[in-house]
Design a protein around this ligand. Structure first.
Ligand code: DX5
Ligand code: ZN
Length: 223
């Protein structure tokens, strides 16, 4: 049984000089997946990393790797990322004109197929293709950087996303990303999300294990 509130540290906020140790700390601390933010400097105003880093992370953990692709033309990278060890790939609806085909290809590669929506993108961008995705990612900041402030009115969108998935009989994960911390997670959980990306909250914490447990605890889940 997966844990009912998945905590997914984003390595964007990790100390890269000791990435292996930081990931080991997350794994020992009870993280469910590791979130890897790929940015191309075009879809978002920041650059991060690609297949080489995914491959490096793959070698140091057995946790599923949740790759968030903030890139234009994401299909160019599907094969390389899958070969590097990604378990899930999430693409943005704003730059995926052929979502059906692209999500299908991600599944063909044996990965969890995810679709992400920026704060300004309505849920109806994905309402016709619910059977095609395994994860819906609702951005609760504008993508590009860690440690931004949670956009409060996203709560209503998360609630509507939960309804949309339930009405369609979908068991897709409902993931949120941006500004998740001890103060914001409970409201997001109550709105129906089940998978929580946390960068700044986890990696600035003095004790990663305690932080992950505290985030889960806020959702009423104690492990
Ligand atoms: C933002 C990224 C996030 C980021 C979240 O563009 O997609 O995954 O790392 O960081 P926090 O938790 O610090 O808001
Ligand atoms: Zn992300």
């Amino acid at each position: 049984m997966p844990s009912p509130a998945r905590i997914v540290p984003s390595i964007l906020s990790a100390d890269f000089s000791r990435l292996g140790d930081q990931i080991a700390m997350c794994e020992a601390g009870g993280a469910d997946w590791i979130h890897i933010d790929v940015m191309d400097g075009q879809f978002v105003p920041n650059l991060t990393f690609g297949a080489k880093v995914i491959e490096t992370v793959r070698k140091v953990t057995r946790l599923p790797l949740d790759v968030h692709m903030m890139v234009i033309e994401p299909e160019k990278y599907f094969d390389d990322f899958a070969a590097a060890g990604a378990n899930g790939m999430t693409i943005h609806a704003e730059v995926a004109p052929h979502l059906h085909r692209q999500l299908d290809r991600i599944r063909e590669l044996g990965c969890r197929a995810g679709v992400a929506l920026n704060p300004a993108t309505p849920l109806n961008a994905v309402c016709e293709i619910i059977p095609e995705f395994d994860l819906l990612l609702i951005m609760t900041v504008n993508p590009g950087f860690g440690a931004q402030r949670f956009i409060e009115y996203s709560i209503d969108k998360i609630r509507r996303a939960r309804l949309m998935l339930d009405e369609a009989g979908s068991d897709a994960a409902l993931e949120v990303d941006g500004g998740i911390n001890r103060d914001t997670i409970r409201e997001v959980w109550d709105a129906g999300a089940d998978t929580f990306v946390a960068g700044n909250a986890v990696f600035t914490a003095p004790d990663v294990k305690a932080e992950i447990a505290a985030l889960r605890g806020k959702c009423g889940v104690f492990v």
